[in-house]
Design a protein around this ligand. Structure first.
Ligand SMILES: Nc1ncnc2c1ncn2[C@@H]1O[C@H](COP(=O)(O)OP(=O)(O)OP(=O)(O)O)[C@@H](O)[C@H]1O
Ligand SMILES: CC(=O)N[C@H]1[C@@H]2OC[C@@H](O2)[C@@H](O)[C@@H]1O[C@H](C)C(=O)O
Length: 374
């Protein structure tokens, strides 16, 4: 058994709800011991700044450009990550010297795989200086250099976790319902296929924020009072994304929320919850075979309507739907854990992505290391 690294992963996802912090002891290969997790929420004012950042990023043509507020925002975001690490260490009775590496995702502000352009703001060297811990950051870029979509990157971690699964029927499919949803198919023969599967929570979040002034539909309560507007759901599901020959990763703005007059509040939330579930099943139609078990991670699994729709749609294929917890994992921590795992892999020069996950021409490593001045 090779030596385990203590790695902390930091994820600020497309939902822009906060920073997830998770720790692993891992060799970056098959050995994974899951540690503590902390979620640090962004305040509404900072979420608004992130949204402005996404707007300002639209003019970026070269990935190092930081127009508008982006240079300032990058610094603020990085300092918030440093504070989150400090809090995490304090809560768990740890110090910087106990940690080998931080895996820093940053915030995606632009993702245009067709132009081989992906931009995550986040200053790795500043985070290393502030925390006193070495940092691996910018993990998506090298994949694009090698012909990949730059996302999803979590599949390598899903594959490692799947080895510990007990009593799940294979093939297994991990589904992350974050802002955008993505899935990882794992075949009995070791096959690994992954792609973004459609809108996750972003449309629901934007819809209920605009029409009810709340950041998300807690538990799917608003949706539970509505009915699916079939024409609206069909309009989304007719998007060429679902039938394109090549699987393509998504930018947060690839799908936009309905116009205000297309549904009333609860029908809109109900329709978008259905869309989230139906998009996953429709995308799964591109897999070599229908998974026998879907394992659901990410914030969307807290929406009971999404989960009920998923169970219903999957049952037509004889597939079971489990929450990450049913399978023995932590569905809120998984992406941050993945960034810890990927950082450990990056340090060892192991591949982060594969032809079957991002479409990269060959398995490729990635990430940039920022060393502390210790
Ligand atoms: N209790 C809840 N009920 C309903 N929805 C919830 C609940 N908690 C979280 N969510 C949804 O989950 C979202 C956050 O999910 P998550 O943290 O997995 O996304 P992310 O990591 O930001 O996105 P991505 O995986 O696309 O990068 C919230 O924006 C909200 O829509
Ligand atoms: C460009 C980018 O940040 N993509 C995210 C986004 O959020 C979900 C989905 O779209 C996924 O492709 C990816 O994140 C996860 C963590 C991944 O790379 O596996």
């Amino acid at each position: 058994m090779s030596e385990l690294m203590r790695a902390i992963g930091l994820m600020s996802g497309t939902s822009m709800d906060g920073i997830d912090v998770a720790m692993l002891a891992t060799d970056g290969e098959n050995d994974v011991e899951r540690g503590p997790f902390l979620a640090v929420s962004y305040d509404p004012a900072f979420r608004e700044r992130l949204k402005q950042g996404l707007e300002d990023a639209k003019t970026i043509r070269v990935r190092t450009e930081r127009p508008g507020i982006l240079a300032d925002l990058q610094r603020e975001l990085t300092l918030r990550h440093a504070a989150a690490v400090e809090r995490f260490l304090e809560l768990n009775g740890l110090s910087a010297a106990d940690i080998d590496i931080l895996g820093f995702h940053g915030q995606t502000v632009l993702h245009r795989p067709d132009d081989a352009l992906t931009v995550q703001i986040g200053d790795g060297p500043l985070l290393a200086t502030e925390t006193g811990i070495d940092v691996v950051y910018d993990m998506r870029a090298n994949d694009m250099v090698h012909g990949g979509q730059g996302a999803p990157l979590v599949p390598a971690y899903h594959a490692a976790l799947a080895q510990g699964l007990k009593n799940a029927a294979w093939p297994v499919c991990f589904v992350n319902i974050g802002g955008i949803s993505n899935l990882t198919f794992l075949g009995r023969d070791g096959a690994i296929i992954a792609f973004d599967s459609g809108p996750g929570n972003t449309l629901i979040d934007q819809w209920v924020e605009t029409h009810a002034g709340v950041p998300y539909d807690q538990g799917g309560m608003i949706a539970s009072e509505g009915r699916v507007v079939a024409s609206l759901a069909e309009r989304y599901l007719d998007n060429p994304f679902f039938t394109a020959e090549k699987r393509r990763s998504l930018d947060r703005n690839d799908f936009l929320p309905p116009e205000g007059d297309e549904a009333e509040l609860s029908d809109g939330a109900r329709t978008l919850a259905y869309l989230t579930a139906a998009a996953i099943l429709k995308s799964a139609g591109h897999l070599p075979e229908m998974p026998k078990t879907f394992i659901i991670c990410g914030g969307g699994r807290h929406n009971r309507i999404i989960m009920a729709d998923l169970r219903e749609l999957a049952s037509h294929h004889g597939s079971a739907v489990l929450s990450a917890e049913d399978a023995g994992f932590d569905g809120d921590a998984m992406e941050a854990e993945a960034w810890a795992y990927l950082a450990a892999r990056s340090l060892k020069g192991l591949p982060l992505t594969f032809p079957g996950t991002t479409g990269a021409r060959q398995p490729v490593s990635g990430g940039v290391v920022a060393r502390t001045r210790k």
